[in-house]
Design a protein around this ligand. Structure first.
Ligand code: FAD
Length: 454
């Protein structure tokens, strides 16, 4: 048995970045990862990441083999693909909005940073169970998958960053730590990396297609990886009996650009698309990344928000260890920092918009985009978590154009108001666990008022 300050389960973006920052803060960190060292980062993914996440976490921008393409906008299409809305979020002085990346090169780079900072990486380590002492997590049991030997490792704090497998979270018995994520709150995806017969143009734009025939409750993406190579996939709402791979194969037949394409890699995966966990901490344990439901519920992007969660959690863990209080209350500041000022408030607000989008059908998508009912500015504000309130400019014109679908407009307005309220609630996230229950009831009420399940 080994003893550490911190055990991090999973060396994905969330775990690797947290391990690096915690080691830099002087903690003795053990990372347990079930993959072999050189496969870390190997995950079915759209491989798109926005620049602001790396900037916020102080990570150098991708270059060389890791870099697919530089991205300058995301274009959102309705099923007919006759019109689109462009969303671009350029930060002042920055060269682009984001990139497509090779996840293995990126994952290896993050892990390299953690190692360089002093974290010890144990690969082929499949974590099986938390070890509890009087209701506090004091370490984990894991299996060395090369020898099948069982081991224990102990630590003052343990982080579950094991992604969707949530290897420790699913064993927790705490009312604010959801063991399971409902299937309806998961995006179930299939994607292929394809080599087309001709270069994909324009190479600096990511395409999103909202089409509930092929991606019910989700969307189709086409992300350029450079030259003739594209990352194409689709997500569907889980638990509804959809078959993403079949839908994907059918979709490819509808567009001639895919004819004769060579499949470089194909595979499926899932991501949580819902509000964040009620609490990201319990006695002796912290949850980051997909395990903490730190994923943008609109587009399913979770690389950047996992990294940001690690960035916010590391100093809180260090402080709790120094203060000798690794209880829920001692670690609570992570909830406060990620929700009040960080990405948590945005996830919470956008989850209401996710519910709205899942109600809307193809005809409505066409209507909203073709009639310019929603504009780029509206979507940028919504993506910041601020709601979908139609901006004042041209509001009257848009209302006139939208009269045919008055019910839809009203629905957009009520969800919009609730999004703004949700944002405000998360910005005043309770400073201590003692104040949590009445706050939680207010969040539940916002969902219920719209007829959604929290
Ligand atoms: C099809 C698809 C497309 C996506 N596209 C995008 C995109 O374009 N952009 C974006 O930002 N996000 C995207 N995402 C989401 C993104 O992949 C995740 O949000 C992100 O990887 C989360 O990082 P993480 O560190 O929390 O978990 P992960 O990246 O899943 O890492 C978890 C790590 O834990 C390890 N692990 C798991 N269980 C154990 C165990 N029991 N013991 C030890 N180790 C364990 C795993 O091997 C892995 O290395 C996509 C997801 C899917 C499914």
């Amino acid at each position: 048995m080994s003893q550490h300050d911190l055990i991090v389960v999973g060396a994905g973006p969330g775990g690797a970045h947290l391990a690096k920052e915690a080691a830099q803060l002087g903690l003795d960190v053990l990372v347990l990862e079930r993959l072999s060292r050189n496969r870390v980062g190997d995950k079915v993914c759209g491989e798109g990441i926005a620049l602001h996440h790396l900037k916020n976490a102080g990570i150098p921008y991708p270059t060389g083999k890791e870099l697919g393409n530089t991205i300058n906008s995301i274009d959102i299409y309705p099923p007919s693909m006759k019109n689109y809305i462009t969303v671009s979020q350029r930060l002042e002085g920055e060269p682009c909005d984001g990139w497509t990346i090779d996840r293995i090169y990126f994952g290896q780079r993050l892990l390299g940073y953690a190692e360089k900072a002093g974290a010890h990486i144990q690969d082929h380590a499949n974590v099986l169970d938390p070890i509890f002492d009087n209701g506090t997590v004091i370490g984990v049991k894991y299996k060395d998958t090369k020898t099948n030997a069982l081991h224990e490792a102990h630590a003052k704090v343990t982080v579950d960053a094991s992604g969707m497998s949530a290897s420790l979270r699913r064993k927790m018995k705490d009312p604010n730590i959801e063991q399971k994520i409902a299937l309806r709150d998961q995006a179930v995806c299939y994607r292929e990396i394809l080599e087309l017969r001709a270069p994909f143009e324009p190479a600096d734009r990511c395409w999103i297609i909202m089409d509930d025939q092929f991606s019910p409750g989700g969307y189709i993406w086409i992300f350029p990886r450079g030259g003739n190579v594209v990352n194409v996939g689709l997500g569907t709402q889980g638990g509804q009996g959809h078959r993403p791979k079949e839908l994907f194969k059918h979709f490819l037949t509808t567009n001639p650009i895919f004819k004769g394409a060579k499949v470089i890699h194909g595979g499926g995966g899932a991501a949580p698309i819902r509000r964040p966990l009620w609490s990201y901490v319990a006695n002796g344990i912290v949850f980051v990344g997909d395990t903490g439901c730190h994923v943008n519920p609109i587009h399913g992007g979770g690389i950047g928000s996992a990294i940001e969660a690690g960035h916010v959690a590391a100093p809180v863990i260090k402080q709790a260890i120094e203060a000798g209080d690794i209880s829920t209350a001692g670690l609570w500041q992570f909830n406060v920092d990620y929700n009040q000022k960080g990405y948590g408030q945005k996830i919470a607000s956008l989850d209401l918009m996710r519910h709205l989008l899942q109600e809307v059908g193809n005809e409505e998508f066409e209507f909203v985009i073709n009639n310019r009912i929603l504009t780029t500015e509206d979507l940028l504000r919504a993506n910041a978590g601020e709601g979908l309130e139609l901006s004042a400019i041209d509001k009257a014109g848009r209302l006139l154009r939208g009269l045919r679908k008055l019910g839809l407009l009203r629905r957009i307005q009520s969800v919009s108001r609730a999004m703004a309220k949700m944002l405000a609630l998360y910005q005043t996230f309770p400073e201590s666990p003692a104040q949590f229950d009445p706050w939680k009831l207010q969040v539940i009420q916002l969902y219920q008022d719209l007829g959604y399940q929290p």
